[in-house]
Design a protein around this ligand. Sequence first.
Ligand code: NAD
Ligand code: DAU
Length: 391
Amino acid sequence: MAVEWLMGNRLVGFSRKKAMSHQQAVLRRKQAFQGYEMILVTGGSGFIGSNFVLDWLCQSDDPVINLDKLTYAGNLENLASLQGNTRHTFIRGDIGDATLVSSLLNEHKPRAIINFAAESHVDRSIHGPDEFIQTNIVGTFRLLETVRGYWSGLNVETKQSFRFLHVSTDEVYGSLDKGESAFSETRRYEPNSPYSASKAASDHLVRAYHHTYGLPVLTTNCSNNYGPYHFPEKLIPLMIVNALAGKPLPVYGDGLQIRDWLYVIDHCSAIRRVLEAGRVGEVYNIGGCNEKPNIEIVHTVCALLDELRPRTDGRSYRGQIAHVADRPGHDRRYAIDASKIEHELGWKPAETFETGIRKTVQWYLDNQSWVSNVQSGAYRTWVEKNDQGRV
Ligand code: NAD
Ligand code: DAU
């Protein structure tokens, strides 16, 4: 018998039996843990992870354990507003450290793990793939093994309501030709860079742990994110930061490569929704339906800066654009078909590209000290300043 749930402005069909049993399981667990249920987030000090942790703590009462190795991309300054917040516990460590992860799981008994931890930059994977293999493949494997050990020892009810949500990328599907349909969840995997190949391998491991051991997994494959706390090695923040510094804006090749952009908070809301109602073992593609050529993105950033922080000489930032050598093996086009998550779970992005990119440019203008700390590496000393790595 179907029951209707109001999600945003959409009505979503759901099985009453399934919905009730999940709700009851969650309620019973909440009672067992004094009303709170811990979640464990890995990589929660990086770009998307830190946005997720901040957003989660606004949307939910459930506390977060944040396990992050703090590579160059992990930055506790992103979470500075949580200082003194007892619902956030930061642990510095590697997802591949079975002893540490096992003790965290046994101590905190999280009801879910959301795995953001990864090496994430395609250009870095081309120059040095080792870390990508180590974290994205070996690290995910070790995490899955440790989680499997913990999960196997849970009672039947807790086992059933537990979730392992793996955050992945649209890059696993390879490159689309012009006019080809957007990536659906059944699209063949064709990763082209060491980064995307390592993420594809991790997705396969996650899938296998469900198929073979019954681990209750969920996988999300998302398109390009943008927004606050985006490390300025990636296209959008790099263009903003270079423009303001009077440096060249390096556009790879002809700049006509297409990416499908999603505001990071919309990615976070999609993950929350999948965690809440996604069907175990399923994959959900997440995207903003915002396909844009890179050169258009750069022009948009320049136009916003021309309006919000004009150059002193009155010229446009566009004059700083420099076409440079292309990325080896550069994927030409990504596009996500997000109809499954929309129809099944009632998720839709809240931001348009126009609202999201304006907010993003404004955020970088308002947070110049964050940018200079990242550029100087000063944020690394933050760890020592914060009670032996705990915020
Ligand atoms: P990021 O590079 O900004 O952050 C990664 C975080 O993981 C950092 O805090 C880093 O310290 C941590 N980390 C790295 N190795 C670790 C390890 N071995 N153990 C524990 N922590 C470790 O990445 P991001 O852009 O925030 O991406 C997060 C996840 O989302 C990644 O899995 C990425 O593949 C995926 N994703 C990213 C995008 C995007 O546009 N950025 C889009 C789709 C999917
Ligand atoms: O599609 C999702 C992926 O998006 C994520 O899985 C990755 O973790 C994330 O880094 C991102 O990968 P991209 O390679 O698409 O992002 P990046 O910002 O590095 O580049 C976006 C596009 O801009 C790409 O076509 C390369 C181009 N580019 C990038 C940089 C850094 C430039 O033209 N100039 C640049 O300086």
